[in-house]
Design a protein around this ligand. Sequence first.
Ligand SMILES: *[C@@H]1O[C@H](CO)[C@@H](O)[C@H](O)[C@H]1NC(C)=O
Ligand SMILES: [Ca+2]
Length: 225
Amino acid sequence: MKILQTFLLILVSSLGSLALQDLSKKTLVFPEESNAAHVVLRPARQQPLTSFTVCLKSYTDLSRAYSLFSYATKMSDNELLVFKPKPNQYSLYVGGSVVTFSVADNPAAKPRWEHICVSWESITGIVDLWLNGNSLPRKGMKKGYTISPEASIILGQEQDSVGGGFDINQSFVGEVMDVYMWGRVLSSDELGVVQNGGRLSNYLIDWQSLIYQINGYSVVKPFRK
Ligand SMILES: *[C@@H]1O[C@H](CO)[C@@H](O)[C@H](O)[C@H]1NC(C)=O
Ligand SMILES: [Ca+2]
C-alpha cells in the first residue's frame, strides 16, 4: 500500500496540476451550464479492456440530454460513454455502438440521487445496467471488441474529440459522486457491496483515491441529503 501511494504520488506530481484525493462523502458540483467546465479523471492503470464496470451517483434537474461519463480515444470519441438522452433513458456506448435502456417515466418526481452501475464484456457483448440497485433487462453489442487504453476520461462534458469537442447541450449540470471503474464485470454480490458503500479491490477509478483535475467552474462540496 505504501509503495502504491508513493507510486501514485510520483505519478500525480509528474502530471502537473492533477490532484490525488479521497473524495468520500464529497460531491463534484457542476453549478452552471457551460461548454467548457469539466473534470479530467486518470485511471490507476491504462490497459486494454475486454470488460468493465462503471458506477456513479448523479443528482440533477436537467430534462435534456447529458453525459455522465465520457471516455474518448483516438479510435472513437464514444469509445465508452454513459449518456442520458432523455430523463427516462440511459445509453451505453462502446466503440461507437450504443444500447439504450428505458426506465419508468415519472415527470412529477422531484430530482433525486440516481445510482447507476453499467458493465460490458467482450466475450458475449452483454451490457448490464443497474439503476438504484435494480437490474434492467440485459442488452448487448460489440461482441469481441477491445476498448483502447489511452483514453481521455471526462465528467461534465461529452467529448467529440479526445479532450474536446464539447456541446453545451450535452453538458452536465448538477452533482456527481462515488465514481468508480473496474476492468471487470462485477458480480451481483459485489454490486450489493458498492450499493451499500463498501469497498472492493482493483479499481481503475476510485473515488476514495481519485486522480483528477478540475477545469473551469466545478466545485468539490460535502455531500448533503
Ligand atoms: C443548444 O440548444 C438550444 C435550444 O434547443 C439551441 O438554440 C442551440 O443552438 C443549441 N446549441 C448548440 C451549440 O447546439
Ligand atoms: Ca461523442
